[in-house]
Design a protein around this ligand. Structure first.
Ligand code: DX5
Ligand code: ZN
Length: 215
């Protein structure tokens, strides 16, 4: 599977967000990762629908929306209308998971399910046939710039094995602490979409940062 890079704009300079997105895209990033935090599901607040609507105009690349919010179902339509191409929500959220996946798909958007580090791989198995992507959190959700949790490699392997067993062509995305050292580990465990925030946006040389993720 080809490795894709989803640039997490949480680490971008918001004073010039459009330029930051254009930089990521012009240097070869495949998707834009858009982290939504409600100050309740995670202890931080980021940005939401109006910001997505604006930055959507910057690029034709897919917007990969990661909802770290307690009640995702209630906001699916707003994010779909604002231009989300993939909507990923947490299996730990307060919602009917199957109904939320269906809502995303009914709106013509790809559906992803994600899990916190303490949640076992098995939590997503009942839904694998119905979704396009599993996002394995490799840090506690809420903040950029944290250290990669090596324990999560086994979870990636388990989910890839399960997807292969059921013949599902599943994207497995990883999020948190991805850099030139951790990228080879997650790829060999079975991940094919790498979220990268601080490593890309704080890099002195973005081209070599991207090359190291793809190496
Ligand atoms: C954390 C977010 C991440 C974050 C990753 O809750 O979901 O997308 O931006 O940041 P880095 O790549 O700096 O670990
Ligand atoms: Zn994220």
């Amino acid at each position: 599977m080809k490795t894709l890079i989803s640039a997490s704009i949480l680490s971008a300079d918001f004073a010039c967000l459009g330029d930051e997105i254009n930089k990521a895209v012009s240097h070869g990033c495949d998707w834009i990762h858009f982290d939504v935090m409600d100050g309740h599901f995670v202890p931080n607040i980021s940005y939401g629908v109006p910001v997505l609507k604006s930055v959507k105009k910057c690029t034709d690349k897919p917007f990969d929306v990661h909802l770290m919010i307690s009640k995702p179902f209630d906001y699916i339509e707003a994010f779909a209308n604002a231009g989300a191409d993939i909507i990923t929500f947490h299996v730990e959220a307060e919602c009917d998971i199957a109904a939320t996946i269906q809502r995303i798909k009914d709106l013509g958007v790809k559906a992803g399910l994600t899990l916190k580090p303490a949640t076992p791989a098995e939590a997503v198995y009942p839904y694998l046939n119905d979704i396009d992507m599993v996002l394995v959190m490799t840090v506690e959700p809420g903040f950029g710039g944290q250290s990669f949790m090596t324990d999560m490699l086994e979870k990636i392997q388990s989910i890839r094995k399960k997807a292969d067993e059921i013949g599902k062509d599943l994207d497995i995305e990883v999020d948190g602490g991805i850099d030139g050292n951790t990228a080879p580990l997650v790829k060999s465990a079975g991940a094919n979409v790498l979220v990268s925030g601080s490593y890309l946006f704080k890099a002195k040389d973005i081209d070599s940062a991207i090359a190291s993720l793809l190496a």
